[in-house]
Design a protein around this ligand. Structure first.
Ligand SMILES: Nc1ncnc2c1ncn2[C@@H]1O[C@H](COP(=O)(O)OP(=O)(O)OP(=O)(O)O)[C@@H](O)[C@H]1O
Length: 250
């Protein structure tokens, strides 16, 4: 029997934000595994720690405690430079709600950026990515000349160009209409099915969450429930029910 590779193990991650006036516990002993070619959605109440989780997994923010393993190996140095930059450029691709494109660069330059920063040849890969996301005709345009959906396609191409094993997407469809959201989800699904990339997708939208293989529900910094999507269920309705019961317990 073929075993599915465990890409990421998150073990008892905790994170507090401490200011002069108060302390916010953003993550409390969060543990889960992520497998190769798996899409995991993260849903939860506002302020439940979803973005903090992505920041920690992307080595943008250090946790106070806990362990992250990549393919079984403890990553104890990824929150310090230069290891943080190496981890971010080799291991994770980011997709944000607001696209985060560089406004002075063209579409093709934005897409090429991760390879340029690594000093690698990029022209063949950029062409492939432009074709994948259907933006060949727009390659010389700047972000301001594109629709929101087109900008997000550029951001996805940029996140995927180095084929990182893990893609972290924070509300990638949050600013997009239904049809454009489906288009963006199809690109992420292609990355997981074709390239066996693993995706963690934070969303407020149950329809978007239903594209994943599994959904984790967060409340007050903790995983309080989970749901495995099934080809035989109306996953969107099941996710709505789970989320409603989470709100009722609050
Ligand atoms: N830089 C920060 N400094 C202080 N507190 C923070 C910081 N970032 C987040 N928090 C707090 O940590 C908690 C978790 O925030 P986080 O942004 O991770 O939640 P979220 O689930 O992504 O929320 P939302 O769905 O509203 O975007 C919140 O109470 C938030 O106010």
């Amino acid at each position: 029997m073929q075993t599915i590779e465990k890409i990421l193990s998150v073990e008892n991650i905790s994170k507090k934000y401490i200011s002069e006036t108060n302390t916010v516990v953003a993550l409390k002993n969060v543990s889960f595994d992520l497998f190769a070619g798996e899409m995991l959605s993260v849903m939860g109440t506002s302020g439940s720690g979803k973005s903090t989780l992505l920041h920690v997994l992307g080595a943008l923010d250090a946790p106070d405690g806990g362990v992250i393993r990549l393919k079984g190996v403890i990553q104890d140095n990824i929150f310090n430079e230069p290891a943080a930059s190496v981890y971010r450029s080799n291991t994770v691709g980011f997709v944000f709600q607001n696209y985060n494109l560089l406004k002075d660069l063209t579409v093709e330059e934005n897409i090429a950026l991760p390879l340029i920063l690594q000093g690698m040849e990029h022209s063949v890969r950029v062409k492939e990515m432009l074709e994948t996301v259907g933006l060949m005709k727009w390659k010389k345009h700047r972000p301001i000349q594109l629709s929101g959906g087109q900008q997000q396609r550029v951001a996805i191409a940029r996140a995927l160009i180095t084929t990182p094993p893990i893609v972290l997407a924070d509300e990638p469809t949050g600013n997009l209409d239904y049809n454009t959201s489906i288009e963006i989800l199809k690109f992420l699904t292609l990355a997981k099915d074709k390239m066996k990339q693993s995706i963690i997708l934070v969303t407020h939208d149950p329809m978007v969450a239903a594209y994943a293989d599994r959904v984790l529900f967060f409340h007050d910094g903790e995983i309080v429930d989970n749901y495995a999507c099934s080809p035989f269920e109306n996953n969107t309705n099941r996710i709505i029910d789970k989320f409603k019961s989470l709100l009722e317990k609050k």
